[in-house]
Ligand binder design. Sequence first.
Ligand code: SF4
Length: 575
Amino acid sequence: MTENKPLSDVERIKIESNYLRGTIREGLADTLTGSISADDQQLMKLHGSYQQQDRDLDEERRKQKLEPLYSFLIRIRVAGGVATAKQWLDIDALADKYGNPTIKLTTRQAFELHGVVKRNLKATIKGINATLLDTLAACGDVNRNVMTSANPWETEIHQQVYDDSLKLHTDLSPKTTAYHEIWVNDELVEGGEKVEDHEPMYGKTYLPRKFKIAVAIPPRNDVDAYANDLAFVAIVEKGKLVGYNVLAGGGMGTTFGLETTYPRLASVIGFVKTEDIVEAAKAVIIFQRDNGNRSDRKNARLKYTIDRVGLDVFTSAIQTVLGDKLQPAKPFHFDSNGDAYGWKKSFNGKWYFTLFVQGGKVKNDDKLQLKTALCEIASVHKGNFILTGNQNLVIGEVAEEDKAEIDALLSKWKLTNKLSGLRLNSLACVALPVCGMAFAEAERYLPSLLEKLEVELEKFGLIDDEIIIRMTGCANGCARPFLGEIAMVGKAPDRYNLYLGAGFSGDRLNKLYAEMVSEEEILGLLIPILKHYSEERLSGERFGNFVIRTGYVKETLIGKDFHKDISLVKYVPEK
Ligand code: SF4
């Protein structure tokens, strides 16, 4: 629904693209520039790639009268986050050959390669497809990688839920042949210039905006179910998976200064049996396809559609499609949204090890040779690697007889070193230098801020306490900052908005506490609160709950209240 306003230009681009073809092939062949046309940049997202430029080098290149150093991010879908050891090695080799060379593990269980220049794009995406992974629908106005509670072998229920997630992944993927034609096959699939595809669910214009689905298994909310457009929460009765509660309308992104935009927690709308999960997903997607705002992309996500039409109207529309299949929701409870680290045993008798990956960045540096270490592990590992929704990695399906060898490699590469509870619960987006939206650093800066906070946490006896901290370079919300008990969102170079008070299990938004603060101000504001927390918290009280109970910020349970009841503080240094 566009309320008679003109369609956004992205809608024109999709309509004219002949099912995502545009002029991508021609743009790739143009060797005079490292970029592609603005229209094709929009379409490329649905092929899993963003054009970026190295902003660290912009000034120097401008002086030399060179165009910016363009390169491409490539996001690789990994259904349920599960990749084989062979796939790990193949992706690592592609990162070395064509990327910068690092692998980013995203907050949606995908791989990202960065720094791929245009002339290598096709070889890289073709190489990814050769590993039996793909990049289709990893970004853009379509359903993206379906997130699933990490480790399908944790319990039998996890295995069943993983299988249901794979059904969602497959059934909700776009059906255009353009992807295969451009990146894999080299041939026009039907042998002619004007191939007419058919998108039975999406239609020619796909969705008004990105669409995110997660599947969670209580009590762990390691996929941040409430942050998704659509989430399914597994309901287990008498030890059996009976179906899923359906949650709709979550999303993190907001725009500074625009109060019509806000993060929103997904609302619980009902319950469906296991066999109805795909039909339920399609009903919600089609509602959004037909009712989402296609004029204003800042108000196009499902969360705004639901708040515009009303949750009752939305739910009854879904009920009309699903009939008796949409039943009243069943009780469930989450107790955390982080990962459980270290060695654990699966229901099938095999072991798995959950490894913290700072900022999801798999690279080698002076402190840690993580990339080399994981390649060495992958070369002997007979099981899988599972990307978690918290940018971490599970080394899965380790047989009893292989555990000692993997353990020795983890120790050899210092991957079992003790880390603070704050660090283990930290997330950061990519931000500078490559994200064009970033106002400030995130992934490159958060580790050093954590070091400074850890000195204080040690003094306060909080070093092992789990506190969720998140940092992003802008308010788009890629690392789900508004679900951080502590969050910093970049607003200008070296300046952040500081938010406090989200729920430890991802069920409450945080609230703006201080605006445009520097590192000195962040530390000056946070350290006394952490000290206060160490002294006066109630038994078992989480940091996010503490800052609300003691009045630092007001509780925020619904998105429309995100901008209300804000009392900003200013840091005044001691003289
Ligand atoms: Fe870029 Fe903003 Fe997303 Fe960070 S949150 S990766 S800065 S768009």
